[in-house]
Design a protein around this ligand. Structure first.
Ligand code: MV4
Length: 446
């Protein structure tokens, strides 16, 4: 097992990793920017190192500074959290070359799944369903027109280096194809340094369902069931839950088997997530893989009892998976609300000093957060300040418990998305859980 882990992140996920390390008896090193010296992850870690000025590019994305911090503190592993360097294959490679274990998959698996065209090819070989579309880069407008005609409109053009909804164009007819295709390639080149795009049949208002997988370095892979993340706004998830309220046991099993097969096909180890679209006929299609721990991992922890971060650290250290698929039982229902320092109507950032803070508690309530009373939420970073997670025996009870916990949560001095979540917990369609898809928020009249 590792002796000391450096956490190359900030906020609640840095704290989450430190908590796992403490329980495993591993020492921790926090890194922080100039403006983050009062951050909670710095206070709770055994050691801390300042790695640069406020802008992420100069600190949390500064590979040289992070590697130096690991070397001077004698850390033998780096946990990247999510965001920042977590899906940077070059960083993973540099860590390994410096004799530091990167707590995540190999650079090779990251590259294979990071490129969406090669990800589609890889999972197809494993028998995982994908939407009709191209298997290669589409090089020209003429080729794009021919393919779109063959697939049938609507189609969607996506950047192979994109992901998470960035760099996508929906096209409804041949007349709009050329413009969309050229724009997609230009944006892909500008945004990701790679102009390659692929074309897929567009699926209208699907549900976003993803499977958590856990793989060791010895070829053992299991899944921890699914999460439904359909409540999103502009590709930012706001509410996630487990299990998905509309999945039959048969589809749950076949989707889980697919996720495991896809993971084996790319030689994956560590935690990861296979993202699928679920259409109105309950067909599902692989979209992409996230090769890191995700924000919403706690809902999976609540329904499985598995500490996803501790297991991620154990497999990174070379341990054999402690579970088989049959050990994993889904119990009850869990919901997570992302609490952002934002105007709850306009969703614009609202940083500032927290002046009055009280967290909810009681049975089945969990708060993953790194803020505290009198803490100043900074404008330089992501606006998520807390995750409020509940667990209950049934979905109905979980919704009520979330409503109750939101009412107890006091955050004064800044605006937060708590009122937005309170409104959703009272929404008839959300409560019923059936008429919910990725178009849910757009259909809600303010
Ligand atoms: C799609 C799609 C419909 N059809 N692909 C968005 C995130 C990325 N991982 C994949 N995404 C989507 N891909 C096809 N072929 C719908 C989404 C999608 C979405 C699209 C528009 C607006 C909101 C969305 C929310 C989730 C998924």
């Amino acid at each position: 097992m590792f002796h000391k882990i450096l956490i190359a992140n900030r906020g609640e996920i840095a704290l989450r990793v430190i908590r796992a390390c403490k329980e495993l008896g591993i020492k921790t090193v926090a890194v922080h920017s100039d403006v983050d010296s009062e951050a909670l992850h710095v206070k709770v870690a055994d050691q801390s190192v300042c790695i640069g000025p406020a802008p992420s590019a100069d600190s949390y994305l500064n590979i040289q500074a992070i590697i130096s911090a690991a070397e001077v503190t004698d850390a033998d592993a780096i946990h990247p959290g999510y965001g920042f360097l977590s899906e940077n294959a070059e960083f993973a490679e540099i860590c390994e070359n410096c004799g530091i274990t990167f707590i995540g998959p190999s650079a090779e698996s990251m590259r294979l799944m990071g490129d969406k065209i090669s990800a589609r090819q890889t999972v197809t070989k494993a028998g995982v369903p994908i939407l009709p579309g191209t298997k290669e880069n589409v090089p020209s407008v003429d080729e794009a027109k021919r393919i779109a005609e063959e697939i049938g409109f609507p189609v969607i053009i996506k950047a192979t280096a994109g992901g998470g909804g960035r760099g996508m164009k929906v096209v409804h007819s041949q007349a709009h194809l050329a413009n969309a295709f050229n724009a997609a390639r230009t944006e892909a080149e500008a945004g990701f340094g790679n102009p390659d795009v692929y074309i897929e049949k567009f699926c209208e208002n699907p549900r976003h369902v993803e499977i958590q997988i856990l793989a060791d370095k010895h070829g053992n892979v299991i899944h921890l069931g699914e999460r439904d993340c359909s409540i999103q706004r502009r590709h930012q998830k706001l509410i996630e839950e487990a299990p998905c309220p509309v999945l039959s046991p048969e589809i749950r099993k076949s989707m889980g088997d697919c996720a495991v097969a896809a993971s084996k096909a790319c030689g994956y180890s560590s935690v990861g997530t296979m993202e699928f679209l679920l259409d109105k006929q309950n067909n599902y299609y692989f979209m992409e893989m996230n090769t890191r721990v995700q924000v919403e991992h706690p809902v999976t922890e609540m329904v499985t009892g598995v500490d996803v971060i501790k297991e991620q650290i154990r497999v990174a250290a070379g341990e054999v998976l402690r579970f088989t698929q049959d050990d994993i039982k889904i119990q009850g229902h869990s919901i997570e609300c992302r609490i952002n320092a934002e105007d709850p109507v306009k969703f614009t950032p609202f940083p500032g000093k927290i002046d009055g803070y009280h967290t909810p508690g009681g049975l089945g309530v969990r708060v993953d957060s790194a803020v505290y009373d009198q803490y100043t939420v900074l404008p330089h970073y992501d606006s998520m300040i807390a995750k409020l997670i509940v667990h209950a025996e049934t979905r109905e009870e979980a919704v009520k418990r979330m409503a109750r916990a939101l009412d107890e949560y006091i955050i004064e001095g800044i605006k937060t998305t708590i009122p937005f979540h309170q409104r959703i917990m009272g929404n008839k369609d959300f409560i019923e859980g059936v008429n919910v898809d990725t178009g849910f928020l757009e259909r809600l009249v303010p």
